[in-house]
Design a protein around this ligand. Sequence first.
Ligand SMILES: Cc1ncc(C[n+]2csc(CCOP(=O)(O)OP(=O)(O)O)c2C)c(N)n1
Ligand SMILES: [Mg+2]
Length: 803
Amino acid sequence: MTSATTDINRAAQTNEGPLSPELLDRMNAYWRAANYLSVGQIYLKDNPLLERPLTLDDVKPRLLGHWGTTPGLNFLYVHWNRLIRERHLDMIYIIGPGHGGPGLVANTYLEGSYSEMYPHIELNRDGIKRLFRQFSWPYGIPSHVAPETPGSIHEGGELGYSLVHAYGAAFDNPNLIVACVVGDGEAETGPLATSWHSNKFINAATDGAVLPILHLNGYKIANPTVLARIPHAELENLMRGYGYEPFTLEGHDPATMHQKAAAVFDKIFDRIAAIQKAAREGGSTDRPAWPMLIMRTPKGWTGPKEVDGKPVEGTWRSHQVPFSELREKPDHLRLLEDWMRSYKPEELFDEKGAFREELADIAPKGRLRMGMNAHANGGLLWQPLKVPSFRNFAVKVDTPGATTAESTRVLGKMLHAVMEANMDSKNFRVFGPDETASNRLADVITGTGKTWEAETLPVDEDLSPTGRVMEILSEHMCQGWLEGYLLTGRHGFFNCYEAFIHIIDSMVNQHAKWLKVTRQIPWRKPIASLNYLLSSLVWRQDHNGFSHQDPGFIDHLLNKKADVVRIYLPPDANTLLSVADHCLRSKHYINLIVAGKQPAPQWLNMDQAVAHCTTGLGIWQWASNDNGNPDVVIASCGDVPTMEALASVMLLRELSPDLRVRFVNVVDLMTLQPSSEHPHGLSDEDYDSIFPPKVPTIFAFHGYPWLIHRLTYRRHNHDNLHVRGYKEEGTTTTPFDMCVLNNIDRFQLALDAITRVSRLAPKAGDARQWYSEQIQRHRLYVSENGEDLPEIQNWQWQPDKAK
Ligand SMILES: Cc1ncc(C[n+]2csc(CCOP(=O)(O)OP(=O)(O)O)c2C)c(N)n1
Ligand SMILES: [Mg+2]
């Protein structure tokens, strides 16, 4: 039924290679200890050192965890330990298959970091018992390389982002080495496949080094992996094609594998050092072929070879728990005991259960331990971003609506100043999928350039090996680089077309989870916020049309925890500056800013803008005539809806001069939620003072209208809230026609107001007639002329001229 495990004690029998027999023996013992603790976490709740025969009572009732990837990760850890000590490396370890959590927990325990973070997990028998028990246990620790795991900036639950995070961590960290294990299954994901190209953006002189290790254990959960089933030469050529110098480490016999690994790592780290020396001392600007390792080892290495007559080690069957049914099959209990005893725990831990000193000594000391490396707890290294006064970039607004500006272009000037102010500290980068100029932020590129280590041609502009704006046509890369950069204590800003930011929906989920969990872990220090600017918005896709129209990222983010997410829709340039300033200074949030790039009327001067952004929403008195007693509230959120809403106010003055209209603008979307749901939420009293009970509100919203209902469904008067927004009607058409198609245009909003104020009931019929005449006239004109009516194009906020 059962079969022996790999003979892991033979390691000392070979001494061909860089390791002395004595060191080889100790390193192998260290690996055995890590494997032992990994298996123990998955299976045991008692008898941690197997000091008595194993019984069913020692085994956890629910066996949850992943074994398959873990021994490979553990093997690398002990080799990194040697290299860090011998070469004084500043190194962190990113694990793509984050389900190998038990390995990282085991290793950070063996090196002492774990007990420093969690003193109750002592370095003795009781500590090991608690270490085992807490794993995958209710309210214990997750089975992944989670935020709770010291030394991690990468959870790895959702596969695909390890390598992009590794590069993000290495940018502007010239002394850092990021060893990054890529699962061979993970390597099949889209983001990972693109991540290899990050080597065209890493500067050997000013950035750190990333060492990718393709963990070719051959299998995923239930299938072989693609890269394990192509000829080795093809795989090497693939890596060469990506611009790497591939090295291979292959085998399963511990006796030779440690020596082979030490030899190949010595070569690889010499190579990294030579590349960096050539760039830093020799002035070389050639793009180097950075080394990467293909590590071909069995999945579930050192685990049971066979269970119930079926092969397990070296197959997909070892992916999770290699065998269970311990209650039903007495053989399995023996199998577990044999397996765990094969690591010889009595040689690894002393009589008190402490890891033997001569083995523990292999690990580096203090901050050089990977579990204690400050880069993996970026908040420790966080320095405030220098943000020059945003008021310097203010647009002059003497009267509302008289000035026109492109909001994002104004922001570009501010970002340029931020970039300049932080050039010396090299801790701020801007990321975008080829759209920074298109989003009219081009000023931020001036002087700093765009990162580019690949070839250049005379026709290129602003590309530079030390550029600080990072553009690659992959939203995944922009997101992942930025996350890696932030998680290691720096600052950044991501600009993207609104519709295509959805590509990273899933990545932002994971980052939001990381922020939520780390907020509760005392030793994790807060990091800079992840800031998005979405531009090229749904309402202005004049030539791109329907494919480019989707404001739903707001809805997506709103699902995240209130203490993590902030969403702003500044209606003009000065409010955008004020919001951006706030976001750049903030910590541990995901800030979403939605702002248009087209020339648009400006409403608030800088003092008004700051006051408005501070409260997050407010009554614009200059657009209201309600004297504190409105018949109707017209509210807006977003720049185009704000213009339409103000235009509707002017129409109402004409159609029904005695109608008392209150105009409200919302810049901070979260103010609409009850204060019990979100820290920015208004109290019910404050909400009622702005949106009085019984008074109808017509709300023009940038995105999908139901989102406003979702935020306000518990507010008084919700039945009387009528929201207009984007309802998935789009095409290649004029800006105003887009509003008409989605019924958020000024005529519709004015009609909404008239038909909802009961005392205007007699006027409703005429108003409907008026509305259809306006829309017909608009449609005819647009079809014939290909542009909006002159009165729409040249519209200005002039309420006094309404009559
Ligand atoms: C994006 C994503 N899709 C699917 C899964 C489910 N899943 C968890 S582990 C795994 C197999 C991973 O295989 P590999 O990367 O080779 O890791 P290893 O063999 O080292 O365990 C899969 C498909 C996931 N975690 N993430
Ligand atoms: Mg695999």
